[in-house]
Design a protein around this ligand. Structure first.
Ligand SMILES: *[C@@H]1O[C@H](CO)[C@@H](O)[C@H](O)[C@H]1NC(C)=O
Ligand SMILES: *[C@@H]1O[C@H](CO)[C@@H](O)[C@H](O)[C@H]1NC(C)=O
Ligand SMILES: *[C@@H]1O[C@H](CO)[C@@H](O)[C@H](O)[C@H]1NC(C)=O
Ligand SMILES: *[C@@H]1O[C@H](CO)[C@@H](O)[C@H](O)[C@H]1NC(C)=O
Ligand SMILES: *[C@@H]1O[C@H](CO)[C@@H](O)[C@H](O)[C@H]1NC(C)=O
Ligand SMILES: *[C@@H]1O[C@H](CO)[C@@H](O)[C@H](O)[C@H]1NC(C)=O
Length: 431
C-alpha cells in the first residue's frame, strides 16, 4: 500500500511513512514506560522529531528521483519465488527446503504426483538419507500414523505440524507433514532426503497442506500456482512459485490450457496416441502430469502397442544388468515422434525426448528409452513423467484447477551419462 509507481502519490506515501514513524515512536514510548515504570514520555517526542527530519533531509533527493518498484528492488518481485532445481542423471530432480525453527536444510523431490511433504527423522535407520531431521521445538506430532505408498516403495511415520521455509529470508508457513521413521528398501535409490507433494488438491481425507496455497494465503507469493521448467542435464531446471516465466511465455494466451479431469492428481483427458503417423489403439483415457516419475509410463497393454512399432526392424529389450529398456542403434533418428492428445491439444515427444544415446565401449551404440510400462491397475492412467515434462513448460494453476502447457521445442540429442546410474531409477507416485 505504501509503494506506488505513480509520482502523484509521492506525498501520500511520505505522509503515510511519517505517520508510521509517529506510531512507532508512540509504541516505543509505551514499551519504555512498561519496562521502566515511570519515564517521561516527552523524551520520545524529542526522539521522534530528529528522525523525521533526518528522513526528509537525507532522502529528499532519492524520493525526488522516483520510486523504486517492487520488481526493481527484488528482481522478479516479491510475488514469486524462483526455486533452482538440481537434476540428477536426468532421472531425479530435487530442490531444498528449510524445516522447522532451526531452518534445517534438506532436499526434496518436488513431486506433482503426490500431496504430502515427508522428511526423514533422526530416528529413521531405514531411510536412505544421512541428512535427517532432529525435530525442532516447532515440530508437533499429532500421534497419527500414516503410510505413503509409492510405486517404488513405502514410507511410514507420524503426521505432524511444523514450519517450512522456502528461502532463509521468506517467512515460514506451517504445514501438515509426515515425520518418517520407517522406509522400505525399495526407495533406497532416492537421491533426495524426502519428498514434497505438489498435487492439485488434498482429497480423500488424506493429511497434508498445499504449499503454494499456504504461501499465497501468507502473502509470500501472489498467485496460487507454480510453473515447472525441467531441463536435461546441460540446462538449468527451476520451479517458479506464484507465477510463470514471463521471459519464456508472454501471456496466458500462449499456453495450451487443459482443465483437470480429476484432482486426485494433475489428471487430464487423454485421447489419441500416435507413433509417427500411425494411430495406436489405447485403453487409457487419462494422463497424469507427474514430476516424481522419471520416465513416461503406460499401462502394459498400451505400452505393447507402442513397443511393437518401436522395435519393428530393431533389436530391442532390457539393457543387460539394468531394468531399463533400450535398442541397439546408431542414431536416435531411427525413432519417430510420439504424439499424445491431451484435452483439445496435441502434445509431442520427439525421439530426442524419449531416447538417449549411449556410445558404450563396443562399436555399436545403445539407445536407452525414457518410456516404460507398469503392471497393475491404476485406472488405466498414462503417467507423463520427467521425460515428457522436459519438453514443456508446465504451469500448474492450483486456483483454477487446470494446467497450461507451453512447448519448448527443445532439440536435445544428449548422450547418456552412464549406464550404471539406471540402478538409481526412482519412480514415485501413489494412488
Ligand atoms: C521418531 O521420532 C518422532 C519425533 O521425535 C516420534 O514422534 C516418533 O514416535 C519416533 N518414532 C519411533 C519409531 O521411535
Ligand atoms: C540449502 O543448502 C544449499 C547448499 O548449501 C544451498 O544452496 C540452498 O540454498 C539451501 N536451501 C535453502 C532453502 O536455503
Ligand atoms: C530461475 O533461476 C534459474 C537459475 O538461476 C534461471 O535459469 C531461471 O531463468 C530463473 N527463472 C525465472 C522464471 O526467473
Ligand atoms: C546428434 O546430432 C549430431 C549432429 O547434429 C549427430 O552427428 C549425432 O549422430 C546425433 N546423435 C544421435 C544419438 O542421434
Ligand atoms: C514450438 O513449435 C510449435 C509448432 O510446432 C510452435 O507453434 C510453437 O510456437 C513453438 N514453440 C516455441 C517455444 O518455439
Ligand atoms: C543441451 O544439449 C543439446 C544437444 O545435446 C542442445 O541442443 C541444447 O541447446 C543444449 N542446451 C544447453 C542449455 O546448452
Amino acid at each position: 500500500m505504501l509503494i506506488s509507481q505513480s509520482k502523484n502519490n509521492k506525498s501520500t506515501k511520505i505522509a503515510a511513512q511519517r505517520s508510521w514513524l509517529f506510531l512507532a515512536a508512540a509504541v516505543m514510548c509505551l514499551l519504555t514506560v512498561l519496562q521502566l515504570g515511570v519515564f517521561p514520555c516527552a523524551m520520545a517526542q524529542t526522539v521522534r522529531l530528529p528522525l523525521k527530519k533526518v528522513y526528509l533531509k537525507d532522502h529528499k533527493e532519492d524520493i525526488e528521483s522516483g520510486i523504486e518498484t517492487i520488481e526493481e528492488r527484488h528482481g522478479r518481485g516479491l510475488a514469486e519465488i524462483n526455486v533452482t532445481v538440481t537434476n540428477k542423471y536426468d532421472l531425479q530432480y530435487h530442490a531444498s527446503l528449510l524445516i522447522g525453527d532451526a531452518k534445517y536444510n534438506q532436499t526434496f523431490i518436488w513431486d506433482t504426483g503426490s500431496t504430502l511433504l515427508w522428511t526423514p527423522l533422526n530416528n529413521c535407520s531405514s531411510c536412505p538419507s544421512t541428512n535427517k531431521y532432529t525435530p525442532a521445538s516447532s515440530y508437533s506430532s499429532t500421534g497419527t500414523r500414516h503410510i505413503i505408498n509409492y510405486l517404488s516403495g513405502q514410507v511410514v511415520g507420524d503426521v505432524a505440524n511444523d514450519k517450512v521455509y522456502i528461502t532463509s529470508s521468506s517467512g515460514p508457513v506451517t504445514m501438515e507433514l509426515l515425520g518418517v521413521d520407517t522406509a522400505d528398501s525399495a526407495i533406497q535409490g532416492m537421491v533426495a532426503d524426502g519428498i514434497l507433494g505438489m498435487g492439485p488438491a488434498i482429497t480423500g481425507g488424506r493429511p497434508g497442506t498445499l504449499l503454494v496455497e499456504k504461501l499465497k494465503t501468507a502473502g509470500i507469493i501472489g498467485k496460487n500456482a507454480f510453473g515447472v521448467d525441467y531441463r536435461w542435464l546441460n540446462g538449468t531446471s527451476s520451479i517458479l512459485l506464484g507465477g510463470y516465466d514471463t521471459d519464456l511465455i508472454k501471456s496466458d494466451e500462449d499456453f495450451d490450457w487443459i482443465g483437470l479431469k480429476t484432482n486426485t492428481h494433475w489428471t487430464v483427458e487423454m485421447s489419441t496416441v500416435k507413433y509417427g503417423g500411425t494411430e495406436l489403439s489405447m485403453s487409457s483415457t487419462s494422463a497424469v502430469l507427474d514430476t516424481g516419475t522419471s520416465l513416461t509410463i503406460f499401462p502394459y497393454s498400451d505400452f505393447m502397442n507402442i513397443w511393437n512399432e518401436i522395435k519393428d526392424g530393431k533389436n530391442c529389450g532390457y539393457i543387460v544388468g539394468t531394468s531399463r529398456l533400450g535398442c541397439d542403434c546408431d542414431s536416435i533418428k531411427d525413432f519417430k515422434e510420439i504424439k499424445i492428445k491431451l484435452g483439445e491439444h496435441d502434445t509431442k515427444m520427439p525421439a530426442s525426448a524419449y531416447v538417449e544415446y549411449f556410445a558404450g565401449t563396443t562399436s555399436n551404440g545403445v539407445c536407452l528409452l525414457y518410456i516404460d510400462f507398469y503392471i497393475g491397475d491404476f485406472g488405466g492412467l498414462v503417467i507423463l513423467g520427467d521425460s515428457f515434462l522436459r519438453e514443456y513448460y508446465v504451469y500448474h494453476d492450483v486456483q483454477g484447477q487446470r494446467v497450461g502447457l507451453y512447448g519448448k521445442n527443445y532439440s536435445a540429442n544428449t548422450s547418456a551419462f552412464s549406464v550404471l546410474v539406471f540402478i538409481m531409477l526412482f519412480i514415485s507416485f501413489h494412488f
